[in-house]
Design a binder for this molecule. Sequence first.
Ligand code: ADP
Ligand code: MG
Length: 452
Amino acid sequence: GKQTIQIFARVKPSVRKQQQGIYSIDEDEKLASSLEIVLPRDLADGFVNNKRESYKFKFQRIFDQEAKQEIIFEIIAKPVAESTLAGYNGTIFAYGQTGSGKTFTITGGAERYSDRGIIPRTLSYIFEQLQKDSSKIYTTHISYLEIYNECGYDLLDPRHEASKLEDLPKVTILEDPDQNIHLKNLSLHQATTEEEALNLLFLGDTNRMIAETPMNQASTRSHCIFTVHLSSKEPGSATVRHAKLHLVDLAGSERVSKTGVGGLLLTEAKYINLSLHYLEQVIIALSEKHRTHIPYRNSMMTSVLRDSLGGNCMTTMIATLSLEKRNIDESISTCRFAQRVALIKNEAILNEEIDPRLMIVRLQKEIADLKAELAMVTGEQRTEALTEAELLQLEKLIASFVEDQDPESRLEVGADLRKIHYCFHHFKVNFNVSSGLSHVLPRSNCNKNSSC
Ligand code: ADP
Ligand code: MG
């Protein structure tokens, strides 16, 4: 059904306590928590003023400084992973200024096992669930894309030991006539276990780190999208469900003026801000009821996340906040962005598709049934003998019909006179054998429709 994008906030632990800004979290409200940030006038205007300005923002839930990775996973990521397992697309993205904890939240910290973030915990959870569920056949693939200066790079390229981002294969966008987005050159890797999936995450993160140099601080200036592609099918069914789960670590949301650099870095800053600006535009367009045109095509980010922002998706945003005094203004702008995101209503639908091979088997059976029915109706005799396989199947049907104690049970052989004649013959022979009356014709309750 329709639901708005969920927004959560996470406040990063403050290292210098005396630099801590003033804020409070109100958990009392039933459906949402609210975060109040107090901006001292002196800080805002550059002169001392006792009047304080305060800003209040609502979130689904706010995680304060001491919140552990486990609860972040449980409350934010697990419900999205569950909906992916059920066949819906899902996206979790972290939005916030550089240093506010996006990577820590999405991927985790390297120092402690308990610091592992949403991606490894989600992989662990998904594979655990897949093992438990033997009613379906699952296939899992992983991709890992980095977008930098409007170019996409495949972080899971097995052929390269990248030393620069530019060494990695360039990923480009293709749009088919149905306006579906395809990513050319983005490799998909099958993972059959949690360990295989974690190794792929590790490979991608290694490429991400190597590509990052002081001149090219890719981690703050690029978006990284880790995607779990899950398909599921019930044994024997022709319907395949596809679901994608995007875990997105966005570029830093700080504004260009703060970057204060020229040349190449300014171009980069312009690009990051442009792509986040386009993300915002898409989000605003989606939240306006009567808009029909959504400007997805403006940037690579919005093109890739197209089916994950509006429409067919469960989307969750984590606003990461650093509430030290000097970061208060950026935090306020992050919260404002989140409030706009919360206005979007998404409609999650199941992505189902028919497996062509199974469909062929189903259609072949349907054709055989229809041919039989046609022959019956037109009275045209089918002269070719029943095949070995058909006879074997018929014997099985008869055997199970004879054994069935249910008086209502029927022998269904389809509208094929050859099969019906075979049944009559079978029962005649058996009747004669068991009654010892070889000269009396057996009475049969078979009717014309071959249902006995
Ligand atoms: P971003 O990706 O937004 O630029 P990072 O995730 O790299 O920020 O965080 C900056 C620093 O703060 C890192 O050293 C990270 O380990 C640390 N950090 C961020 N959030 C937390 C947290 N919740 N608990 C402990 N350390 C954190
Ligand atoms: Mg980061």
